[in-house]
Design a protein around this ligand. Structure first.
Ligand code: G6P
Length: 612
């Protein structure tokens, strides 16, 4: 949700800013802009509506903008339509203060009113312009320098922000502040960087600082200083990011999504290997002790989007294996529901980015009530990872496509590992069964690889339906949870209307939408529910639906009922989601390609949603 990047060093800033923004475009892509200062010269700002390419064209790939210090922004509009005027950077009336922002300033109208009375004028509809002008106001009123002006602003504004600001009187410096929006600071021998996410700076450095909430920093070409809200200098630990730069490149694939679909065997293998030691599941790194797990009587899972769908799978898997109640809830609902949480429960937040505002709020809600929290997170050092009591990292590496694939798969296996561990500790499975399940987990990457081999057939099938109006996904139990993800993948990147239903529920209303040629995709991996779902498919077939069935190899009789079948390798029923999701991801992908859409950057979406 909006990407920011900043550079101070001995090279020309603008090309580096554009390069960094290109790695952050997944966060927002309706407009972009950069501001660069050349020594003591007046700051130069260039903005463009639309994709980053427009900005690159306008600036000759940045070469037209001289100067070694600058800030850039790629926008996902919240306040004010996508336009050049609303694009960042924003500036004070006299251009003394220029800034970019990610987040939402909730009381910006109040701030704007205050500043209007002080003779400030406003040219955009954004909350960012108000915050930049408030910094300018305090800077000029108190004349105590950037730290003081930023700190006063931080106290005055409500909401979330990652701010990067340049002051005319401090050429060659970028001042940053953060609350509840992601921001990392990178450093190499001759430059400092600031960015919303690691891929933006990975090409230049792996050495990063994580700046905390309500903290500030000053970046110069060869040094960085950190400050708390009281303006006191604080020290920070330098961390090394292990992700490699190539992981954030397309590597020969046409789209990041396809590349990431193919990275799933590795993401799953790496996640499993990180937690298996000597044939046992080792949670030392997670920081949760067996005794703590043993006393758990209930689990609450809170997440958004695909991570919520992982939670839906988790509900079935953990309840089946551990026999304790699991409640999964959309994070945006959890925080406002006044949830009833017993003291011996665990709240699990699942999040690829570790920055999703609602998921983070769920963690804080639980912590505020004295309940232990655990984050299942992909981005090391992200806010959810830092604020949760325990963290289980998924090892998916950087995920760039907006539609998640490999992070979803890595989250699924994290849940399986937790379920098996919990079941063993609580004694609902014995050692032999645990070893059997671990063996099956280890076999998953190869089976995912096999599921990927069917892609040409899936491409052919999906292209045939590229003009379809509605697609419905149905399944029971875990298959219903997988259907939810299949449906989201389809609609988010191909803009085809789709819905997922528990197979038995379709007849309670939605079946009235079924007519000749409506595509219904049934997921039938759970053998004990297989016949029930087949019956539901027959019900819609007799009303004209075209049927696709996804089932385990061996269920060949399904071909008597459905028009197109996808077979996936068999595994433990509780692990089937990991295999059934592969054809569903591929169908979403090929539908988007067949419709000529921008697979990696679907309209209106952003990968990391840091606003409520
Ligand atoms: C966005 C993304 C989804 C993702 C969701 C939650 O909507 O487009 O792919 O599932 O946010 O993100 P998180 O980073 O918390 O997993």
């Amino acid at each position: 949700m909006c990407g920011i990047v900043g550079y101070c060093g001995n090279k020309q800033a603008a090309p580096i800013l554009l390069e960094g923004l290109s790695k952050l475009e997944y966060r927002g892509y309706d407009s972009a802009g950069i501001a660069v200062r050349n020594g003591e010269d007046k700051v130069k700002i260039v903005k463009a509506k639309g994709r980053l390419m427009e900005l690159a064209n306008k600036t000759d790939d940045g070469k037209a903008m001289k100067g070694n210090c600058g800030i850039g922004h790629t926008r996902w509009a919240t306040h004010g339509e996508p336009s050049e005027n609303n694009a960042h950077p924003h500036h004070s009336d006299d251009f003394d203060v220029v800034g970019v922002h990610n987040g939402i300033i909730e009381n910006y109208i109040e701030i704007k009113d205050k500043l209007l009375k002080k003779n400030y004028s406003f040219y955009s509809e954004t909350d960012t312009e108000a915050v930049v002008k408030l910094i300018d106001y305090y800077y000029k009123k108190y004349k105590l320098g950037p730290v003081d002006a930023m700190a006063k602003t931080m106290v005055r504004v409500r909401g979330s922000y990652a701010l990067a600001v340049m002051f005319k009187d401090y050429p060659g410096q970028i001042w940053v502040a953060r609350k509840d929006s992601p921001m990392i600071i990178g450093v190499d021998a001759k430059a400092s960087f600031v960015a919303s996410d690691v891929p933006a700076i990975l090409k230049y450095t792996r050495k990063v600082y994580y700046i905390g909430n309500m903290e500030m920093a000053c970046l110069k070409d060869n040094e960085i200083h950190f400050f708390n809200i009281d303006g006191e200098e604080i020290s920070k630990e330098l961390t090394r990011v292990e992700w490699d730069a190539e992981a954030a490149e397309k590597g020969g694939y046409e789209h990041f999504m396809m590349k990431e679909i193919h990275e799933q065997p590795t993401a799953v293998k790496d996640t499993i290997n990180a937690y298996i030691k000597d044939k046992e599941i080792d949670f030392e790194g997670v920081g949760i002790k067996d005794e703590e797990l043993k006393t758990l009587s209930q689990i609450h899972i809170s997440a958004c989007g695909s991570a919520y769908h992982v939670g839906m799978v988790a509900q079935y898997v953990i309840e089946k294996l551990v026999r304790i109640p699991v409640r999964v809830e959309l994070a945006s609902e959890f925080r406002y529901r006044d949830p009833i949480l017993s003291p011996d429960s665990l709240v699990i937040a699942i999040s690829q980015s570790g920055e999703t505002a609602d998921t983070l709020a769920a963690v804080r809600e639980a912590k505020g009530r004295g309940i232990k929290t655990m984050g299942i997170v992909n981005v090391v050092g992200s806010t959810i990872a830092r604020e949760s009591d325990h963290v289980m990292y998924t090892m998916a590496g950087p995920e760039i496509a907006v539609a998640t694939t490999k992070a979803y798969s890595a989250q699924l296996v994290a849940i399986y590992l937790l379920a098996v561990k919990l079941a063993y500790v609580k004694g609902t499975i014995d050692k032999k069964r645990m070893e059997e399940l671990i063996g099956e987990l280890k076999a998953l990457p190869a089976k995912i690889e096999r599921s990927l081999e069917d892609k040409e057939r899936l491409q052919w099938f999906t292209a045939k339906f590229s003009n379809v109006h509605d697609v419905f996904f149905i399944g029971r139990g875990i298959d219903y949870a997988i259907s939810l993800e299949g449906s989201l993948k389809m609609k988010e990147i191909s803009y085809v209307h789709s819905g997922a239903y528990a197979a038995g529920e379709l007849k309670h209303g939605t079946i009235s939408l079924v007519e000749d040629g409506t595509l219904i995709i049934g997921v039938l991996t759970q053998q004990d529910l297989y016949e029930k779902t087949v019956s539901n498919m027959v019900e819609v077939k007799s009303r004209g639906a075209y049927l696709c069935g996804i089932t385990g190899s061996g269920n060949y009789e399904i071909e008597d009922t459905v028009d197109f079948t996808v077979y996936i390798p068999k595994t433990e029923p509780i692990f089937e989601a990991s295999l059934a999701v592969i054809p569903l991801q591929l169908m979403g992908y090929y539908m988007s390609v067949a419709r000529g859409l921008d697979v990696d950057k679907p309209r209106n979406l952003a990968k990391s949603v840091t606003v409520e």
